[in-house]
Write a protein that binds this ligand. Structure first.
Ligand code: SAM
Length: 225
């Protein structure tokens, strides 16, 4: 059975990072489900594609699931994209994938850009085993998570916003020690891409007192690294 839903990764900065297959799938889809239709509209324009766009984001995905599944059952082919990177990775997608599978619909996820892979590889920390933690909870559950991760032996990957970077690194140092090896990748694939590797205290010193801008991935070594 041909796929009804395609998850299509889009560039995390550099517009050259889109695969030939991603372009073909976007071209052939009946509708493109987008986290932000304006943002995706600009990407489609850049690719010289004109497609019906439908909004699909964290605030409406619960309500639209049934309707989307019913339409796919009738034969509509849908492509899901997020603002950047791979849908369902710290972005909407999981609920729709699950609903499709529960309804016997085929799902295809194209390989492509995602921020955590280049950040992990550039960190110089072990890549053979790792845990993707995404965004840590802001309040409730944060301390429990940090305590639990103190025992983690695998490399850990976190997404974080630039204005919380130093505060989060300082908290990591409090829970896991200032000498823990880590890496911060900022603005991957973009003009001002920067990766800083070192101990948590060295990285905090690098960013402290600066106005940090752009998108951030933090990679932290396991407890025995
Ligand atoms: N779906 C995306 C993916 O596949 O990586 C992640 C979406 S999540 C809402 C956005 C977060 O991803 C940002 O806050 C940042 O932590 C990370 N991110 C996205 N693009 C990035 C980039 N160019 N450089 C560094 N981090 C990035």
């Amino acid at each position: 059975m041909p796929p009804s839903l395609y998850l299509v990764p889009t560039p995390i900065g550099n517009l050259e990072d889109i695969t030939l297959r991603a372009i073909r799938v976007l071209k052939e889809a009946d509708v493109v489900l987008a986290e932000d239709t304006r943002n995706t509209g600009m990407l489609l324009k850049h690719l010289q594609l004109s497609k019906p766009l439908q909004s699909h984001h964290a605030f409406n995905e619960h309500q639209t699931l049934n309707n989307l599944v019913e339409r796919m059952k009738k034969g509509e082919k849908m492509a899901l994209v997020s603002d950047a990177g791979t849908p369902a990775i710290s972005d909407p997608g999981f609920l729709l994938v699950r609903a499709c599978l529960q309804n016997g619909l085929e799902v295809e996820c194209l390989p492509g850009p995602t921020a955590f892979v280049p950040a992990l590889v550039k960190s110089g920390l072990p890549c053979d085993r790792f845990t993707f933690e995404g965004f840590l909870p802001q309040k409730k559950g944060r301390q429990t998570r940090l305590l639990a991760l103190a025992e983690e032996e695998r490399t850990m990957i976190f997404y974080e916003s630039p204005h919380r970077l130093v505060k989060t690194l300082t908290q990591f140092a409090e829970f896991w020690g200032t000498d823990r090896l880590a890496s911060v990748s900022r603005e991957l694939t973009k003009l001002f891409e920067e990766t800083v590797n070192g101990t948590l205290s060295e990285i905090i010193t690098h960013f402290a007192g600066k106005t940090v801008k752009g998108e951030i991935v933090i990679v932290v070594g396991g407890k025995n690294d």
